[in-house]
Design a protein around this ligand. Structure first.
Ligand code: GLV
Length: 337
């Protein structure tokens, strides 16, 4: 079988994939144009891609031989799942292996924003430091404050684990109604479940950790900024569009909240001028999962799922397992020569 990879996989994953399939890989870390992806996908059975690659019906129609897309990311909002279902294309993602790396970055951003670390670094480099001062660069203490976690999945829980070590009290908002999960969260993290607006009203710090879906797009908008506390610090390591970016810029400019730490943006790699202009915004270029260990694990999981699927076993990291029958039928009829 033939696979196209829109980038360079880590060594172990690349080796495993080339032992299994004929691999064509785009040998650059620069994002690929959609037209290039389409072109290189000709005659390929599978695509291993990243979150910047858009995958939808147009692509499936042009490349009917495509049977599987392995997204090397946990979030798969770049893929139209309903189109994939219609075309019988199995989609996999990389859950579980990036929780710690992403939660670490969320905490890095929280500490940086609350304690003004990036601002302080610039201050020292510019030679503006004249000596120890009582009121120099005062920030917010974490211990004893309330962290609101939006989305209490795997990454939300990894954030909660770190939060407890920093002496934070946890409130959270999540989808899903099983009481067992809420009981467990209470027991493990003494975490209290609240509605989104109550979380926004009460939290000293907020960490956004939910996936981007139709129902979470602009979940945080002007209505939420209007009720957040003026000292609130907002951290986003999920997807930019969970927050209405225009409303965020306005909230920051009007000092409705104290600061924010952002790893993700609505139209990456574009960052609004309004955010670039502010000192109390800490910015990162979508590096939540960017540790060597985690990136290798993501690649390995993506390749493992792909191999399993083409060997006739539904991978545990399939995001649309209902398509399995269609995928299996496609596998039988259109295997590449
Ligand atoms: C990164 O943003 C991911 O979804 O893995």
């Amino acid at each position: 079988m033939k696979v196209f990879v829109t980038g360079k996989l880590s060594d172990k994953a690349a080796q495993a994939l080339s032992n299994f399939a004929q691999v064509d890989a785009y040998e650059s870390d620069e994002p690929m144009e959609r037209s290039q992806v389409e072109e290189r996908l000709e005659g390929k059975d599978a695509l291993v891609c990243i979150l910047g690659d858009r995958v939808d019906a147009e692509l499936f129609t042009k490349r009917p031989q495509l049977k599987l897309v392995a997204n090397v990311a946990v979030g798969y909002d770049n893929i139209n799942i309903s189109d994939a279902n219609d075309s019988g294309v199995l989609i996999t993602n990389t859950p579980g292996v990036l929780d710690n790396a992403t939660a670490d970055l969320a905490f890095g951003l929280l500490l940086a924003a609350a304690r003004r670390i990036v601002e302080a670094d610039g201050f020292v480099r510019r030679g503006e430091w004249t000596g120890w001062k009582r009121e120099l660069m005062l920030g917010a203490e974490l211990n004893g404050k309330t962290l609101g976690i939006i989305g209490m999945g795997r990454i939300g829980k990894a954030v909660a684990k770190r939060a407890r070590a920093f002496g934070l009290n946890i409130i959270y908002a999540r989808k899903g109604n099983d009481k067992k999960t809420d009981d467990e969260l209470k027991k493990t993290f003494q975490a209290e479940r609240v509605e989104l607006n109550e979380l926004c009203r009460r939290a000293d710090f907020i960490s956004v950790n939910c996936p981007l879906r139709a129902d979470t797009r602009h979940l945080i908008n002007k209505n939420q900024f209007d009720i957040m506390q003026p000292h609130c610090v907002l951290i986003n390591t999920s997807r930019g569009a969970v927050i209405d970016e225009q409303a965020l810029v306005q909230a920051m400019e009007e000092r409705k909240i104290a600061s924010c730490g952002l790893d993700v943006f609505e139209n990456e790699p574009q960052v609004p001028e309004g955010l670039l202009a502010l000192d109390n915004v800490v910015l990162a270029p979508h590096i939540g999962s960017a540790t060597r260990e985690t990136r290798a694990a993501m690649d390995e999981l993506a390749v493992k799922g792909l191999i399993e699927a083409f060997n006739g076993k539904l991978p545990t990291n399939a995001v649309n397992p209902d398509v399995w029958q269609k995928f299996s039928a496609k596998l039988k009829t259109t295997a590449s020569p």
